[in-house]
Design a protein around this ligand. Structure first.
Ligand code: TYD
Ligand code: MG
Length: 462
């Protein structure tokens, strides 16, 4: 068969060109040309781009639309990975024929998680396949040996160390696994595209062709993808619309806690998140994360418990702040596990509406345990931690010696705004003996929140 030609299509204007250009000849945008297989008439993917598909017209039969009520829906049983947190985030297990993209930075534990999932599935008698373009079969075996304690079937998973897409697809057709892991999508290449593995064109082509096979043969596919420094799934942003489910595995490599979130899920909620801990024998689900964080909370100046939501589950985490005089201009503003911009906003509101200015001091804010909290409900925790650190007094609520729990979003005019699931957050705090929770329901403004939590020296003019 003659090698199919490829075209370079501009992702902005759709202009297609035979050669690659740095600047699109159509719209003058830079770096937008992406290599694709040239549309083939008849066979192949009937992707019609800008009317260039050609095949429209004679000999094409019209489709028959079906009323939704008449569409048959056999309920296919899901494939359970037996990793509770993963199954929950997936919305109750893997759906046969679906494509799941698992993103995360290198070293976070994507291969470990997928190995464990396949091991469990193999132990449950499912046909599995682990395709790796990153490691040799021997390396994969070494990892699997570490996992046998937690995963009985870890060594029963068949592996294929391969990067050529055609070989992988042929193997899929021959082996007909029920679940396959492709680790990672950036290392695979389609021989008929000239782009390097990992380029947008290659990643898209690889995923699209694997999807075709997955859908026709009912294979559940877990595509592993690396995340770039900027936090997007490298190149693979382009895959988000294609796959059924996008999972993000995050946390800091040096820390033990990792969270798994669903950013998109056609078969479940995107509110779910799972917490894992990396141990020497693989990833362990953390079901009592709140208990640990509360027990470890110091209750010293600058420490506060944030009643956060991890998806649909409440999670108590400790937020710590340190305010220290600085020689630097501008002073340092360092955050770990929170949004940097939220710190800037909270500091501005603290200075303007509560008379607590960080001024020229360095401010460090940290979520303990390497957890990332990305929700506006964390504002009040940042504010209280910084205020407590700046004043050098520990927070207290109701005169109790327990750490103070809080949640709430900060408005620019110094008001506290309600956030979702207030009842569940308070209930989680109560469960761990934190009865006094400072929230927008108790304190409508930041000033009142500070008055309630820093009772000895209330903010000036209060
Ligand atoms: P890995 O799953 O290979 O990460 P990724 O595929 O996302 O790049 O492993 C991540 C790290 O976890 C690796 O540095 C080694 C470590 N690790 C453990 O601490 N315990 C274990 O049981 C395993 C298998 C790995
Ligand atoms: Mg890996």
């Amino acid at each position: 068969m003659a090698r199919p030609t490829t075209v370079h299509v501009c992702s902005e204007c759709g202009h297609s060109s035979v050669r690659w250009h740095g600047q699109c000849p159509g719209c003058d945008a830079w770096n937008t040309l992406v290599e694709e297989r040239a549309p083939v008439t008849g066979a192949g993917r009937g992707r019609v781009r800008g009317g260039a598909g050609g095949a429209a017209g004679k000999g094409v039969r019209a489709g028959t639309p079906t009323r939704l009520a008449d569409v048959s829906t056999e309920r296919v049983p899901r494939l359970l990975t037996a990793i509770g947190e993963l199954d929950r985030v997936l919305g109750g297990g893997l759906v046969p024929g679906s494509l799941v993209l698992l993103g995360g930075s290198p070293g976070i534990g994507k291969s470990t998680l997928t190995n464990m999932a396949l091991g469990n599935l193999a132990a449950a008698g499912r046909r599995t396949l682990y395709v790796s373009g990153e490691e040799s079969a021997a390396q994969i075996r070494l990892r699997a040996e570490r996992l046998v304690g937690a995963t009985t079937g870890a060594l029963d998973v068949p592996v294929l160390a391969e990067t050529d897409l055609d070989t992988i697809l042929a193997t899929l057709r021959a082996e007909r696994p029920e679940v396959v892991v492709i680790d990672s999508v950036q290392t695979m290449y389609a021989a008929d595209l000239s782009g390097a593995p990992g380029s947008v064109g290659q990643v898209r082509e690889v995923a699209a062709r694997i999807m075709q096979v997955a859908k026709t043969d009912g294979i559940a596919v877990l595509l592993v993808g690396h995340v770039t420094k900027e936090g997007s799934l490298a190149g693979p942003r382009v895959l988000e619309h294609l796959v059924d489910c996008v999972l993000q595995f995050e946390g800091e490599r040096e820390r033990t806690y990792r969270t798994l979130r669903a950013l998109k899920n056609r078969f479940g909620s995107t509110n779910e998140a799972g917490v894992f801990e990396m141990r020497s024998g693989g990833l362990v689900e953390v079901l009592d994360a709140s208990a640990r964080f509360v027990a470890e909370a110091t209750g010293k100046p600058g420490s506060v418990i944030l009643a956060a939501m991890e998806g649909s589950r409440p999670l108590l985490v400790e937020v710590q702040a340190l305010v220290s005089p600085s020689e630097l201009v501008p002073p340092r503003r360092v955050v770990n596990g929170l949004d940097r911009n939220r710190l800037a906003l909270v500091l501005a509101v603290l200075g303007r509406h509560a008379g607590i200015g960080a001024g020229s001091a360095d401010v460090f804010v940290n979520v303990v345990g390497g957890v990332r909290v990305e929700e506006p409900g964390a504002d009040l925790a940042i504010a209280l931690a910084v205020a407590s650190a700046a004043r050098g007094v520990p927070l207290q609520a109701g005169g109790a010696a327990r750490p103070v729990a809080c949640f709430g979003e900060l408005g620019l005019t110094g008001e506290l705004r309600t956030v979702g699931h207030a009842d569940r957050r308070s209930a989680e705090a109560a469960k761990f003996g934190l009865r006094h929770v400072i929230s927008p329901e108790v304190a409508p403004t930041l000033r009142e929140a500070l008055r309630a939590a820093l009772p000895t020296r209330a903010p000036q003019a209060a």
